[in-house]
Design a protein around this ligand. Structure first.
Ligand SMILES: *Cc1c(COP(=O)(O)O)cnc(C)c1O
Length: 364
């Protein structure tokens, strides 16, 4: 059977290995498996959210409120923007899909960092756009600007903090960059880990309200999957000028967010104590990763997120390390596919991190 030719160039996205598959392949019981591969919140989600969702569980027979007004109001007041500046997606992933489909086609170019979130490439391939990459591993805005001038991309992705490396740009540098970009080029600031970056260093904190007031060609992306611990609910959002949002709305399938997800996200925004507690645990535990890396003489990248990226030397191989950990029930992300001899490890609970340290020091 013949399929759309563009599909030939698309690699199926491989998410962090699911616990269910490790149970099957290695015969390890699921309670003995530690998954530090998908940057999920090790504390789970807020108990207040769980209670709210169970209260409305019987509503699953009805279609969701497609105006999403409760969540939009909550996000609008959280970010001090208008509801007309918001679009909600099934994960911020879906907003990425909307904006690439809205802005790019086979004649377009999309500029991204050399190493960054894999979904930009995948949705770029959907529309047959040409992906332009920097050479620098860290976001280098001077190189971005050079490529912007020579390649004239229709979309530029800035992922800050960046996944899978964890480094982050200063907000003022992004603003200076934006000031040099013409209004017809859409600049996406993907802030999936912004809650962590903001807590670690205020200079990294991108304020969507300021950005969209100053630049009509920028869209900020946020998600409930990381700091809010709602990865399984699939919910994220974009914040931009009403003009951009209106165009994205044309691509949104009706009822793209479930009733339970809408409720979970609305309530999650109110429980800032839970997010603060998660962030505090994250950076306390990250300190242990930094000490461990020093002890083991392995390089790590200074991280503004809830994960740590270990970069190995030539005598070590990230794929072998990841495989060896997997056989022992520890799931981490091997970054060989990103051209790095590195693994990305989500910062877990103290106990999960203990297991990681024990297994890795045994291996090294
Ligand atoms: C996790 C992540 C997202 C989106 O996740 P969703 O679960 O789809 O909301 C977006 N960008 C980056 C860089 C991420 O790491």
């Amino acid at each position: 059977m013949k399929f759309n030719k563009k599909l030939q160039e698309i690699k199926t996205y491989e998410a962090g290995k699911p616990i269910e598959l490790v149970v099957r392949e290695f015969g390890i019981e699921s309670k003995d498996i530690v998954k530090l591969a998908s940057n999920e919140n090790p504390l789970g989600c807020s108990p207040i959210v769980q209670k709210a969702v169970s209260k409305i569980i019987s509503k699953m027979s009805m279609y969701p409120d497609d105006s999403m007004i409760k969540l939009k109001d909550a996000l609008a007041s959280h970010y001090d923007v208008g509801v007309e500046n918001l679009i909600i997606g099934a994960g911020s992933d879906q907003v990425i899909e909307f904006l690439i489909h809205a802005k790019a086609d086979t004649d377009s170019k999309i500029l991204t960092n050399s190493v960054t979130f894999a979904m930009y490439d995948i949705y770029g391939a959907h529309v047959g756009a040409k992906m332009i990459k920097t050479t620098s591993q860290e976001h280098d805005l001077d190189e971005f600007y050079e490529l912007y001038k020579s390649e004239k991309p229709s979309i530029i992705f800035i992922c800050t903090p960046n996944n899978p490396t964890g480094d982050a740009l200063d907000a003022k540098d992004i603003k200076n960059f934006l000031a040099k970009i013409d209004n017809d080029t859409l600049v996406v600031v993907d802030g999936a880990y912004m809650e962590y970056a903001k807590a670690k260093d205020d200079a990294k904190s991108v304020e969507p309200k300021e950005f969209i007031a100053e630049f009509e060609n920028v869209i900020y992306l946020g998600t409930f999957s990381k700091a809010y611990g709602l990865g399984g609910m699939r919910i994220g959002y974009g914040i931009a000028s009403a003009k951009i949002i209106q165009e994205l709305y044309k691509l949104r399938p009706p009822f793209n967010i479930t009733t339970l997800s809408l409720e979970a996200a609305s309530v999650a925004l109110e429980d800032s104590d839970f997010v603060q507690k998660s962030i505090k645990l994250n950076f306390e535990q990250m300190k242990r990763y930094e000490d461990f890396a020093k002890e083991q003489k392995v390089d790590i990248i200074n991280s503004y997120t809830n994960f740590v990226t270990f970069c190995f030397n030539n005598n070590q191989n990230s794929t072998s390390i990841a495989k060896s950990l997997l056989r022992r029930g520890m799931i981490v992300r091997d970054l060989t596919g990103y051209g790095m001899n590195a693994i990305r490890v989500t910062v877990g609970t103290a106990e999960q991190n203990d297991s990681f340290f024990a297994l890795v020091s045994e291996y090294l």
